[in-house]
Ligand binder design. Structure first.
Ligand code: 13P
Length: 256
């Protein structure tokens, strides 16, 4: 199977930006500007409170809406958390799990990321599973060990069938929000390693069919070169996804 048969996915991660009214306007503008660009899926992952406004604004368009996290319990005493059932009822289709900001600032571990991934898949979501090395790990030459370990731990107990709803986002932590982008060759090297790890877990067919995104300071200027790489099937975009015109240029770059 070739890259050309994998579905490219360009997803925005708005992080903690946009109020509901701002979200409505940004989703409408993104949908308008990317209208007809059918060569990739277009997803916007928005703050929880923006979900209803974003979903309403995206209705009838090609833009899909996702959340930025989900708890693994069905319900209960987990102050501040949101369940998969809650997200499903408001109409979210995607959910980001394991973002490095959750791991760094909110103590999430591969174990909790794995639980969240499985809960989201069981509820029928498409999961964007984020992983990647921090700078010290890259400097120590252990990027491949870290990334393959995260892939294995985060996907433990996820079936080959469920992998149809998993997108992996390789996000080197040192490239997030820093303006430092992995070079296209660095991104390709690690995305290819993730695919080999998937092949060892699930076999070649699943590995070849899985969309693997790059994330970390992807923007309108560098997207085309990153996306031209054989194993880079899309992007998870932070800062540039907040500006519909910039995000649209990245969606455009994924049309080739
Ligand atoms: P930036 O594009 O702002 O570097 O963020 C990347 C990211 O963390 C997407 O999830």
């Amino acid at each position: 199977m070739k890259k050309s048969v994998r579905r490219a996915v360009i997803a925005g991660n708005w992080k903690m930006n946009m109020t509901p009214s701002e979200a409505k306007a940004a989703v409408e503008e993104t949908a308008r500007l990317t209208n007809g660009m059918s060569g990739c899926d277009v997803v916007l992952c928005v703050p929880f409170v923006d979900l209803p406004a974003a979903i309403e604004a995206a209705a009838g368009t090609h833009v899909k809406i996702g959340a930025q996290n989900v708890h693994f319990a069905e319900k209960g005493a987990f102050t501040g958390e949101v369940s998969a059932k809650m997200l499903a009822e408001v109409g979210a289709e995607y959910v980001i799990v394991g973002h490095s900001e959750r791991r760094q600032y909110f103590g999430e571990t591969d174990e909790t990321v794995n639980l969240r991934t499985k809960a989201a898949l069981a509820a029928g979501f498409k999961v964007i599973l984020c992983l990647g090395e921090v700078l010290e790990q890259r400097k120590a030459g252990i990027t491949s060990e870290i990334v393959s370990m995260q892939t294995k731990l985060d996907l433990a107990g996820v079936s080959a069938e469920e992998m149809a709803n998993v997108i992996i986002a390789y996000e080197p932590v040192w490239a997030i929000g820093t303006g430092l982008t992995a070079t296209p060759d660095q991104a390709e090297e690690v995305c290819a390693l993730i695919r080999r790890t998937l092949a060892s877990l699930y076999g070649d067919t699943v590995a070849e069919a899985t969309t693997i995104q790059y994330g970390g300071s992807m923007n309108d200027a560098n997207a085309a070169e990153l996306l031209s790489k054989e194993n880079v099937d899309g992007g998870l975009i932070g800062g540039a996804s907040l500006v519909p015109a910039k995000f649209t240029k990245i969606v455009e770059a994924a049309q080739a």
